[in-house]
Write a protein that binds this ligand. Structure first.
Ligand code: C2E
Ligand code: MG
Ligand code: MG
Length: 633
């Protein structure tokens, strides 16, 4: 008896604390959180009814009272476990997207349990009670425990099946809670006197609440906006469930200008006012804070999006009063529709990020197309292809022979990376290298290229092939890595090759980022014996100063410059003068992009040192390249 009260009273205290905590904090009342609240309330009824039931049985009270209290107890317990399963399901699905049959299926065990206990006064299915005999378990008593166990097992199976879309910690949490509850029910059957069932339930509710709270987006108290992490969560769920929505984006385009004029404090206050105005017009959890100047609104009434945008635009573009100042705001608005504009949550968030960063000073309502959605989707696809390529080792290195006009043989080659993706097909490095530079994967790609080239050099007799070195492209991002030099040395050391076999190409624009680090790293490479080449000279701003001050053994004239200068008289002059400058520094010139005999003849006539281009060969795979060299040298 004492033990019964001990655990039940403890769990009632725990539930009261939990309910107080839930009530005192602001929450987004989405489906799963609502279910968790219902679950907590139902679970709180379990120990109360448990105490009552022990009490009425112990004191041999009226049969009707005993039946009612017991029936309520069993139903409450079954409902709690049913809600537990619903909570798990609602992590993945939305209530409107389940088919009717699947919905009904969820209720079946609960219905059986309810039926069983409701008819018990007439058929003594679950238990029997009279003042004389007291409480006796019925033949189907075990079913009242089997139903909760079934729901817990169902929850485990469901989380395991959906584990790829649920977080690992969630799967573990649900697994543990279910197992502990099943074990408790087992103990309860074996030792009916130790009633720990409701205590386990209360502890489970605590764990679930803390889990939910932990992953919850923060809500800005004064504006009602929620953090952008929650947008990703909601968007993912809506898209996974094929639920159409539009995401309305709005931004104060003159935020920075206003800060300059009216000061940070006033501009922030204005931004808060606007956010609060918007935030209080919509349900909590529908407006998201993307940045100080940008808000996203989730609109489920897709047909009304246009109307809503017009209304908001007119209201927000008025002037606002802040600290006695009249400040008017330039608002830019657009909307992204699922499934028309995007069908992927990652794309959606990339577009939101892009909208937020967009440099545009005038406001207005713009079409999503103006965000260049397709380019963004393509970038995302290419990013995925790069990830896949790195994971599956599907990058390759091709070689393009470079001919020395002085020796009249191919003395070197440029290593060029290639990527063919199973979904996107071949992707040009001109497209994926800048993307890889942006997301940092260039470092891994660069390592792969360097490693492949070193391997090639170590496996082939360079002298016999007539090759002096291999040229490879370095990205500025690589050159700026803290351990860049050590990394290059490590890879080169692994294949035990002489650094003189490598010529590293960098572009002149590369040095604009962080000139000191860049220059220092290049100098170190030079000291270690690597040859350096300045790539794409002549594109954009030809920085002669950089060319003169750095120790480049080779300067590669960009293909456009090569191609134009062989046909245009005025450019010929420039080309030849620049070549003289390079020669005067004891460096050599490579003309890139030579495609025709005419170009070749011209370059030979003016004394160009090396020629690279389709005229001789396109970049080809390693074995084809070796064949080419053996046949031609
Ligand atoms: P780049 O370093 O200037 O390489 C020369 C580019 O010109 C190569 O394009 C080559 O295929 C192309 N080309 C060569 N001869 C001709 C010709 O006669 N006509 C025409 N139209 N094009 C010619 P590719 O392979 O598409 O590479 C493009 C750029 O991507 C490279 O320009 C380089 O900046 C970058 N890249 C390629 N591989 C790597 C790499 O391993 N690492 C890094 N960081 N960048 C790379
Ligand atoms: Mg190059
Ligand atoms: Mg080039």
């Amino acid at each position: 008896m004492i033990l019964v009260y001990f655990f039940d009273v403890a769990s009632i205290i725990a539930f009261v604390m939990l309910i107080a905590m839930v009530v005192s904090t602001k929450h987004i009342m989405d489906l799963k959180f609502k279910i968790l609240c219902y679950l907590t309330v139902a679970a709180c009824a379990v120990p109360i009814l448990d105490i009552l039931r022990t009490y009425v049985i112990e004191y041999r009270m009226n049969a009707t009272v005993v039946y009612i209290v017991n029936v309520l107890f069993f139903i409450a317990h079954a409902i709690v476990t049913f809600l537990f399963l619903m909570y798990v399901v609602s992590q993945v699905e939305m209530s409107h997207t389940r088919s009717l049959i699947r919905k009904i299926l969820l209720f079946v065990p609960l219905a059986i349990c309810v039926l069983l206990v409701v008819i018990t006064p007439f058929y003594t299915t679950a238990f029997y009670y009279s003042v004389e005999t007291g409480y006796v378990r019925g033949p189907l008593y075990f079913l009242t425990n089997l139903v909760p166990v079934l729901y817990f097992i169902w929850a485990i199976v469901y989380t395991i099946r959906k584990r790829h879309i649920l977080s690992r910690s969630f799967v573990i949490m649900i697994g543990l809670v279910s197992i502990v509850n099943i074990a408790t029910i087992g103990c309860q059957l074996l030792w009916p006197d130790i009633i720990v069932r409701s205590f386990t339930l209360s502890m489970s509710a605590f764990v679930m609440y803390f889990f939910e709270e932990h992953g919850r987006a923060s809500i800005e108290e004064d504006t009602n906006l929620v953090g952008k992490e929650y947008l990703i969560e909601v968007g993912t769920k809506m898209i996974r469930n094929n639920y159409p929505f539009s995401l309305i984006l709005m931004k104060m385009t003159n935020f920075d200008a206003l800060s300059d004029t009216f000061g940070n404090a006033n501009t922030n206050a204005l931004s808060k006012n606007i956010a609060s105005y918007v935030g209080h017009q919509f349900q909590l959890g529908r407006c998201f804070r993307i940045s100080e100047s940008t808000i996203a609104i989730l609109n489920l009434n897709v047909d009304k999006t246009g109307e809503l945008i017009d209304k908001l635009y007119n209201e927000l573009s008025n002037s606002w009063e802040v600290e006695g100042l009249d400040i008017s705001c330039d608002i830019l608005m657009t909307h992204i529709d699922y499934p028309n504009d995007t069908d992927d949550a990652e794309n959606m968030t990339a577009l939101v990020r892009h909208f937020n960063r967009m440099e545009r000073s005038v406001g207005g309502i713009i079409d999503i197309e103006d965000l260049h959605i397709h380019e963004h989707i393509r970038v995302k696809l290419v990013e995925n292809a790069i990830e896949r390529g790195l994971k599956n080792n599907s990058f390759e290195v091709y070689y393009q022979p470079i001919r020395s006009l002085e020796d009249d043989t191919f003395v070197t080659a440029e290593a060029l990376v290639r990527l063919t993706d199973p979904e996107l097909g071949p992707i040009s490095p001109a497209e994926f290298i800048p993307i890889a530079e942006n997301n940092g994967t260039i470092v891994a790609i660069g390592d792969y290229v360097l490693e492949t080239v070193c391997k090639f050099i170590s496996e082939n007799d360079m002298e016999k092939l007539g090759l002096r070195y291999i040229e490879l492209n370095l990205s500025v991002i690589q050159c700026l890595q803290k351990d860049f030099i050590e990394n290059v040395e490590r890879i080169v050391g692994k294949y035990n090759i002489d650094s003189g076999y490598l010529c590293l190409e960098v572009t002149e624009t590369a040095s604009n980022y962080s000139p000191t680090v860049f220059k220092r790293n290049l100098e170190k490479l030079g000291e270690k014996g690597f040859a350096l080449a300045l790539d794409d000279f002549g594109t954009g701003y030809a920085n002669i100063e950089r060319m003169v001050t750095s120790d480049f053994r080779i300067v590669k004239f960009d293909k456009e410059m090569t191609q134009y200068s062989s046909s245009e008289e005025r450019l010929k002059n420039v080309f030849e003068k620049l070549q003289n400058v390079v020669h005067s520094m004891d460096s050599k010139v490579v003309a890139e992009g030579v495609e025709t005999k005419e170009q070749y003849d011209y370059l030979k006539r003016i004394g160009c040192d090396y020629i690279q281009g389709y005229y001789f060969s396109k970049p080809v795979p390693e074995d084809e390249f070796v064949e080419f060299i053996l046949a031609n040298n």
